[in-house]
Design a protein around this ligand. Structure first.
Ligand code: BG6
Length: 302
């Protein structure tokens, strides 16, 4: 739950718009998002969840997938783009899946245009009475987004309290692909994984990941780059990462999709999640006064 009122669009534009490059608009239900257009790329970033909703380098088809049935409403997770999962990844009985920051309103801290034509945004979130009721810790969380011919996200956790923080987290990216059956994910050959569909039974990857049914795997430990070979659209998306010990690969396929109200029928065929993660057993500990960063950069070759 988040009881904060979204900031006024006019106030956001007065303070943070970049003429001809970045302005704020409503992405639905009064929720603001930054709408970015530069000669290098277009992108959209919602303040709720600090969620990147879209990124498209100039001359390239959209790289991120957004569900045709996505719901934009206060406190509701949006299916697509890059949800930030924090301070836990996966299910926590009684508290829901993937933490609480993806449905909270973040504050916009900074926008700028650099000499290379890239747009930088910084969004932040701190603990308050509502977050302490869910997770009783003091923190400052910041997401820095760099929009250009590549897209970079850096999520920094600062421990502003007096107790050590332990957490898991993800930059839960939904990529747009032409056809999941013609898509492969490279970079995980030989890596061990926990298969959520088999009660987290351990297994090992041999060769690239192919998709022939529901897939839900936590590859760990791995710090490797991955490449999504989107054969149907004749392009390769490279994901590099920092501060991450796990990569999650997920596609719900036909039956699971039917259980998800915010998936349009057949949507699973056009998406794959390859997520930059820290998940159990590699839990992150942040000492009082210390910080930890999780980062990812995407680039596209056509
Ligand atoms: C993935 C998990 O990261 O997120 C899946 O591995 C889960 O098990 C998926 O179904 C989507 O989660 P949610 O909470 O956004 O529906």
């Amino acid at each position: 739950m988040n009881h904060a009122m979204p900031p006024d669009l006019a106030a956001l534009n007065t303070r943070f718009a970049i003429p001809g490059r970045l302005r704020f608009m409503d992405c639905g239900a009064g929720l603001p998002m930054a709408d970015i257009h530069t000669p290098l790329a277009t992108a959209r970033v919602a303040l709720q969840g600090a969620q990147v909703l879209a990124w498209r380098p100039d001359g390239v088809a959209p790289v991120l997938w957004l569900s045709g049935a996505a719901v934009f409403a206060p406190g509701k997770a949006v299916r697509g783009g890059i949800p930030v999962c924090w301070p836990w990844f996966g299910d926590r009985p009684g508290q829901g899946q993937h933490g609480f920051v993806r449905t909270r309103l973040w504050e916009l801290r900074h926008t700028s245009l650099d000499v290379h034509g890239q747009v930088h945004l910084s969004l932040g979130l701190q603990d308050d009475v509502a977050t302490r009721a869910l997770w009783d810790h003091a923190f400052d969380l910041e997401l820095r987004v760099t929009v250009g011919t590549t897209l970079t996200l850096q999520l920094t956790t600062r421990n502003t309290g007096t107790q050590a923080l332990t957490l898991t987290e993800a930059l839960h990216t939904y990529f747009s692909v032409g056809d999941i059956r013609q898509t492969t994910v490279h970079g995980l050959d030989g890596t061990r994984y926990l298969d959520k569909l088999q009660g987290f039974a351990p297994s090992q990857q041999h060769g690239p990941v192919h998709f022939t049914g529901e897939t839900d795997r936590v590859y760990t430990p791995t710090t490797a780059d991955c490449v999504i070979d989107d054969a149907d659209q004749k392009r390769r998306i490279t994901l590099a990462k920092t501060g991450s010990q796990a990569t999650v690969v997920w596609n719900p396929w036909v039956d699971k999709e039917k259980t998800m109200a915010d998936m349009a029928p057949g949507g699973y065929q056009r998406m794959v999640c390859v997520e930059t993660v820290n998940a159990a057993p590699h839990v992150i500990t942040v000492a009082p006064g210390a910080q930890h960063s999780l980062g990812t950069t995407f680039s596209v070759a056509v």
